[in-house]
Design a protein around this ligand. Structure first.
Ligand code: BJW
Ligand code: ZN
Length: 253
């Protein structure tokens, strides 16, 4: 019963809102078959983050780190955006005036863009880009590199995935833009454990700035205490209900 009252409240808030922002995490891609990090069966259950997602790990064994990214690229390449990704495209279309909708993701899987989201900040980078450790040039990847680790065609130096590892600074412009998006009427927090900073801090910042903060997650998280409403369930199912769009219509926009 409570979920339907909460859903109605969120729908009413969306009706009257002038600005909406959403922060997403790995949970939004779970229904596309991409494993999350900290859940049971998640990535960090099988792999040690300190050996894979730090600049020190890459410096020590770039081949090992690249092999892990190549495996994830293969899984991501097979994945398709799910109902939750598509619901956010519909939401963006509803808020079509400039600066009225901002999507912020921690995911590197590109699924928001594949779904059709436009106003997107990728806080932790994108798995389909490389960055040269020498000349710093950033290039798009259209396939998993044949030889691992890959080297720069321009300067011969080692390439790394253009993602943000622990202990590394996020892109300053991405942070400025994401913080600006905290000045909003509604801030949706979807499929993130809220354990990784500074991303988690955005939900706190939005709350402090007076936004109505709504969490969508299969379980309670580190952010549940500060949000206005926690909607418990799968992101695809909850967002479909919030948007009031039938599943068959969600995938066309
Ligand atoms: C569903 C679902 C379904 C499942 N539907 N829901 C303040 C306090 C403490 C520590 C720090 C702090 N500030 C900074 C730190 C250090 C560190 C940090 O946060 N550590 C904590 C873990 C303790 N942060 C950093 O190091 C950051 N950098 C930094 O702070 O730099 C400072 C600096 C400044 C100036 C110069 C130099 C440095 C960088 C963080 C980078 C994180 N990188 C990763 C890897 C990216 C690349 C890759 O993917 O390979 O990002 S780690 C990993 O965690 C990945 C994710 O984006 C990120 C967040 O995870 P997420 O998305 O929340 O996933 P899960 O698995 O945790 O949660 C999934 C959720 O979905 C769960 O809640 C499920 O219940 C739910 N779910 N199915 C709805 N169907
Ligand atoms: Zn180079």
């Amino acid at each position: 019963m409570k979920i339907s009252t909460d859903l109605k409240l969120v729908q009413a808030r969306l009706q009257s809102a002038k600005r909406v922002s959403a922060l997403t995490g790995a949970g939004i891609s779970a229904e596309s078959g991409i494993p999350t990090f900290r859940d049971k069966g998640g990535i960090w259950e099988k792999f040690d983050p300190s050996k894979l997602a730090t600049p020190e790990a890459f410096a020590k064994d770039p081949k090992h780190v690249w092999e892990w990214y190549a495996l994830r690229m293969q899984a991501i390449r097979e994945a398709k955006p799910n109902a939750a990704h598509h619901a956010l495209v519909h939401l963006e279309k509803r808020f079509s005036t400039p600066n009225s909708f901002q999507l912020i993701t921690q995911n590197i899987d590109n699924l928001h863009r594949t779904a059709g989201s436009q106003n997107l900040i990728e806080l932790h980078g994108n798995i389909w880009r490389t960055r040269c450790l020498g000349c710093k040039v950033i290039r798009s990847l259209s396939a998993v590199p044949d030889v691992l680790p890959p080297y720069c065609l321009d300067c011969g130096n080692l390439l790394r995935p253009d993602v943000v590892w622990f202990g590394e600074a996020l892109d300053p412009q991405a942070i400025v833009d994401a913080e600006a998006a905290c000045e909003t009427d509604i801030f949706l927090v979807i499929g993130t454990s809220g354990e990784v900073w500074p991303a988690a801090g955005l939900a706190h910042q939005a709350k402090r700035a007076g936004a109505f903060v709504v969490e969508v997650n299969t379980q309670r998280t580190a952010l549940s205490e500060i949000v206005d409403i926690s909607l418990l369930g799968k992101a695809g199912e909850i967002l479909e209900k919030i948007m009031g769009i039938k599943e068959e219509d969600l995938f066309s926009h």
